[in-house]
Design a protein around this ligand. Structure first.
Ligand code: UDP
Length: 239
């Protein structure tokens, strides 16, 4: 592991000082948390799998024209990334009802939505990441109208690309959370940041509807590592 200085430590990742200006190192940890840290467990090897899965997904998105913070994977747990100012919003895209929306609206999990749903959550653990509207984002100045317009468009495109990638592997992309940032080298440029992995997506086996994501941990459904390995294997990343 690199001896670089830790700038920020989150629940499942750490950010270290990068080797040059406008770069950072993102480190994937083995910690899994749910229900705003009320549930916490360490799964040996989870960080290694998520580093590989997120690299694969970011590279796939970049090959389809999506701009991201990803530069390259450095080793088992670390990625070199472009430094960004993170917009403090979690952008959730849903194709199928599951998780918080099922609970909030009393809907049956597994119901297909008539169109993909974009939601916004203010990133603030002390408030349990409250759901907000587009107007809140603009009114509080977290992002401008034109940034939001760009982000909505990119999120919709990411959903199309990833739904198609996963369905070829017999996996349904139920929902996912993404984050965006402004490049410090060019703050007008909005890029996809953070990670995309089974920690931040709901992935169901197409036929059996078996869960292959963090719900395995949230709901005690078996081995989380086996589920993540299954995703990595279907994506052709590990055997
Ligand atoms: N999600 C995430 N981080 C969060 C909250 C949600 O990565 O802090 C992901 C979650 O894994 C799922 C999607 O966003 O794929 C929608 O999550 P939901 O609102 O249903 O919340 P949950 O019930 O999963 O906490």
């Amino acid at each position: 592991m690199s001896p670089s200085k830790t700038l920020y430590e989150g629940k499942a990742k750490k950010i270290l000082k990068g080797p040059s200006k406008n770069t950072l190192i993102q480190v994937f940890k083995d910690d899994a948390t749910a229900y705003n840290k009320k549930k916490h467990k360490i799964f040996s090897g989870k960080g290694i799998l998520n580093n590989l899965i997120s690299e694969h997904i970011m590279e796939h998105l970049m090959s389809k024209g999506i701009e991201t913070h990803f530069k390259k994977r450095l080793n088992k747990r670390e990625q070199l990334i472009k430094k960004c100012e993170i917009i403090p919003i979690e952008f959730v895209v849903r194709n199928i009802v599951a998780g918080s929306i099922a609970k909030k609206l009393g809907l049956k999990e597994g119901t297909k939505l008539k169109k993909p749903l974009l939601e916004y959550y203010y990133k603030e653990d002390s408030l349990d990441d409250p759901m907000i509207s587009r107007d809140h984002v603009e009114a509080f100045g977290w992002a401008t109208k034109s940034e939001l317009k760009k982000i909505d468009k990119i999120s919709t495109k990411i959903n199309k690309i990833l739904s198609s990638l996963f369905i070829k592997k017999k996996i349904v992309l139920v929902d996912f959370k993404i984050e965006f940032g402004r490049l410090t080298s060019n703050p007008k440029k909005i890029v996809l940041a953070d990670e995309i992995s089974p920690d931040s997506c709901r992935l169901w086996d197409k036929k059996s509807k078996k869960k292959l994501d963090k719900d395995v941990f949230r709901r005690n459904l078996g081995s989380l590592i086996k589920a993540y390995e299954e995703v990595a294997s279907r994506l052709g990343i590990v055997q």
